[in-house]
Design a protein. Structure first.
Length: 187
């Protein structure tokens, strides 16, 4: 049986609406938190890919934020340097291309998205987070439209949502701690 869009609409809003709302709030700041935004965009790509395509890596969803041509070829590398660098190392790794070091420059509004700027003689590929957010929001809108028209997409979303939905606590000490926390809340 195919799930109706009305049965998943609130779940979609909970997942992608919260991400969108938080990013919209952050990008209104001046100056903003460009590293925080870039990290959240990268992580949101993982979520989008998990629900839309059944994989949790994120590189394919990230590639949809980039224009056709050479950026599609380097999308996976960009995604991995951005996401894994910020999430695991608080900084993006340098990229060596045929002996030339290239860095990522995370810009707020001041530099054109996907342009190259020289910083201390080193080429930096600019990722403008304001533009990345707009592109991510477009991907969310495309996915919503896909869910509205495709029963297969809705079923995949619903199945993934259910799999991610509940964490059963089975460790006795942790159960006791949760019970204590909940008792103190009721008091």
């Amino acid at each position: 049986m195919t799930i109706a869009f009305a049965d998943i609409e609130d779940k979609f809003g909970r997942l992608f609406g919260f991400i969108r709302h938080d990013l919209e709030q952050i990008i209104t700041l001046d100056p903003g938190g460009n590293y925080a935004v870039a990290t959240l965009v990268a992580c949101a790509c993982e979520t989008l890919e998990r629900y839309r395509y059944g994989s949790g890596e994120g590189a394919n969803a990230f590639s949809r934020l980039l224009p056709q041509g050479p950026f599609q070829t380097i999308a996976k590398t960009l995604y991995n340097v951005l996401r894994n660098g910020f999430v695991h190392h608080s900084n993006a790794a340098d990229i060596r291309v045929d002996g030339t070091i290239v860095r990522l420059a995370i810009a707020w509004r001041e530099h054109q998205h996907l342009s190259i700027i020289e910083i201390d003689g080193i080429p930096n590929l600019v990722l403008n987070v304001t533009q990345l957010c707009r592109d991510l929001f477009s991907s969310f809108d495309e996915y919503r439209a896909e869910l509205e028209r495709s029963g297969e997409a809705r079923d995949r979303f619903f199945t993934t949502y259910r799999l991610m939905g509940t964490r059963d606590i089975t460790v006795p000490d942790e159960i006791a701690a949760w019970q204590e926390i909940l008792r103190s809340h009721r008091a």
